[in-house]
Design a protein around this ligand. Structure first.
Ligand code: NDP
Ligand code: 8X3
Length: 248
């Protein structure tokens, strides 16, 4: 019998590629996001018996609960939760950053993620299912302008390890990608396509399909195996040294 995955943030980037990867492999997939017009093509491509679209703002917990309550019969037995919906907003130093941007990141990347996880835990535990949380290299390696975004992803990684401690018998993985070309930078720069193009130009970044493949691999390992953390970057990306603020 086919398994069922709920993948948040499936209108774009990692989420859309992951939905396609799982649906192509015969899984049932619940796809979520705010842009209904981006989810419908997935339903059209794979059929309504394979893909169910749930349109809601993940920060709206009442809308989230309503979407879960409205799942069709064939999609209620969720085996895998992929907490992927998330965003960065802004690259300014903390002292110049927008508090609204910080709140949006915290509400989306942390509060919504724990709310959905909490709602699905009983079912996931009952089914000996799994959770894959999309964190970031920004969880581990700080960089100028990463401030609140890195903080939210550090939460995601540590929350994932904490879940491991509690959920004996239920798999939990934090995936920590570095630079991948999606709409991420367009969103981060509040719609600056030129800045997004500039970042990825000549960098041979990872693709959404690369990440989807890793998510699928983690989810389809033999059931006795758990990947706790999976950190990956494009070969073109590496580390820079510490900086020193010198006295005049
Ligand atoms: P995209 O911008 O392409 O996709 C983000 C997804 O999140 C969209 O489907 C979007 O849906 C959804 N989302 C954002 N806010 C909300 C909201 N309020 N309600 C519902 N859905 C929301 O970026 P990526 O695919 O790159 O990002 C996916 C995840 O990967 C994020 O958590 C990101 O932090 C992380 N990541 C990305 C990296 C990269 O370099 N690209 C590297 C490391 C981690 P919609 O707008 O339609 O609601
Ligand atoms: C996205 C990767 O380096 O832009 O999480 O923070 S980075």
């Amino acid at each position: 019998m086919s398994k069922t995955a709920l993948i948040t943030g499936a209108t774009s980037g990692f989420g859309a590629a992951t939905a396609r990867r799982f649906a192509s492999a015969g899984w049932k997939v619940i796809v979520t996001g705010r842009r209904a017009e981006r989810l419908q093509p997935l339903v059209d491509e794979f059929g309504s018996g394979t893909v169910h679209a749930a349109v809601f703002d993940i920060r709206d917990s009442a809308a989230m609960q309503a979407a879960l309550a409205a799942l069709p019969a064939g999609f209620r037995d969720i085996d895998l939760l992929v907490n992927n919906a998330g965003l960065a907003q802004g690259t300014a130093a903390a002292q110049h950053a927008s508090l609204d941007d910080w709140r949006t990141m915290i509400d989306t990347n942390i509060t919504a993620l724990v709310t959905l996880t909490h709602a699905l835990l009983p079912k996931l535990i009952e089914r000996r299912g799994a959770i894959i949380n999309i964190s970031s290299t920004a969880a581990i390696y700080p960089y100028p302008g990463g401030n609140a975004y890195g903080g939210t992803k550090a939460f995601v990684s540590q929350f994932s390890l904490g879940l491991r401690s509690d959920l004996h018998g239920t798999g939990v993985t934090a995936i920590e990608p570095g630079m991948a070309e999606t709409e991420f930078t367009l969103v981060r720069t509040h719609g600056n396509q030129a800045a997004s193009d500039q970042l990825y130009k000549g960098a041979d970044p990872m693709t959404a399909a690369d990440i989807a493949e890793q998510i699928f691999w983690v989810a389809t390992l033999p059931p006795h195996l758990n990947i706790n953390r999976l950190e990956l970057m494009p070969v073109s990306q590496s580390f820079a040294g510490f900086q020193v603020a010198r006295q005049a």
